[in-house]
Design a protein around this ligand. Structure first.
Ligand code: ARG
Length: 277
């Protein structure tokens, strides 16, 4: 008798686990999470876990390139954290799913979304027309600015001085796209990540680095002898990239984002990493 009760309890736990109750209501002491078991049209817009097409196993897989602080970076114990990771976790929680984060090259992210090896890409990724032909973008959750990092004693004083200079970028980023378009391939050196571009700048191999402003601030404060030019190269919107084959997930993510905007969670996460100046 006892054995059967135990088996039943184990089964319940398993079902709850499979349904991905991960953190819907942290403090439940009973194993069964009502939301996980009952497939009713969710009262609160976003949490329709019933038709989780992308992640039938209850896990939402996010792809990112994790050397982009404060949006994504690896913390002391090796896990990927930052603004994007926290917003993604909040979205997953709203959808009643667990979140898994895969780190990969930035220029692999869109192909990975298209190929289905990740459910979405979230990487301080700019909404850009050519990308929008390959993937769908969610509503924007943050703004980015392309800026120029130079050595403190550089003769480059503004964007107008970039012609004829060697510019370092992270491969496949908008910095890469703009600079290659504006100055030609020969003027641009592509690196696998921003940190490598900054290292090349410190070594004197290139004249400047074009990258997003918040990572730029991080790189400049982590090294000596660098500064950011006052003039901005471009202002952009960051959004989440989702497969064009998965409009359900796009809707769910947008609904979740809207709730997180409305209840202040989004601002809270962003200002935790980007203190107001
Ligand atoms: N915002 C730029 C872009 O979309 C750079 C993003 C780089 N992100 C990263 N996680 N390395 O191209």
């Amino acid at each position: 008798m006892k054995k059967i009760a135990f088996l039943l309890a184990a089964l319940l736990l398993l079902t709850a686990g499979l349904a991905g109750c991960g953190g819907n209501d942290g403090g439940a002491d009973a194993p069964q999470d009502p939301q996980a078991d009952v497939q009713e049209p969710a009262g609160d817009a976003a949490a329709d876990t019933g038709d989780a097409a992308p992640a039938a196993d209850g896990t939402l897989v996010m792809g990112t390139e994790a050397t982009f602080p404060p949006y994504e970076f690896t913390d002391a114990d090796g896990s990927i954290t930052g603004i994007d990771a926290e917003i993604a976790a909040a979205i997953a929680e709203k959808l009643g799913m667990d979140l898994e984060i895969k780190d990969m090259a930035f220029d692999s992210l869109i192909p990975a979304v298209q190929g289905g090896s990740i459910d979405f890409a979230m990487a301080g990724m700019t909404v850009e027309p050519e990308r929008a032909e390959s993937v769908d973008f969610s509503a924007s959750y943050a703004t980015g600015v392309q800026v120029v990092i130079v050595p403190e004693d550089s003769e480059i004083a503004s964007i107008d001085d970039l012609a004829g200079k060697i510019i370092g970028v992270q491969s496949g980023t908008t910095g890469d796209i703009y600079c290659t378009g504006d100055y030609g391939q020969d003027s641009v050196r592509q690196y696998n990540n921003g940190a490598l571009a900054v290292a090349a700048l410190l070594n004197g191999q290139i004249d400047c680095v074009v990258i997003d402003n918040e990572p730029a601030k991080n790189f400049v404060s982590a090294n000596t002898g660098l500064k950011i030019l006052d003039t901005e190269y471009a202002v952009e919107d960051y959004a989440i990239a989702i497969s064009k084959d998965n409009p359900e997930l796009l809707d769910q993510v947008n609904a979740a984002l809207e709730e997180l905007k409305a209840d202040g969670t989004l601002d809270e996460i962003i200002s935790k990493y980007i203190p107001a100046e």
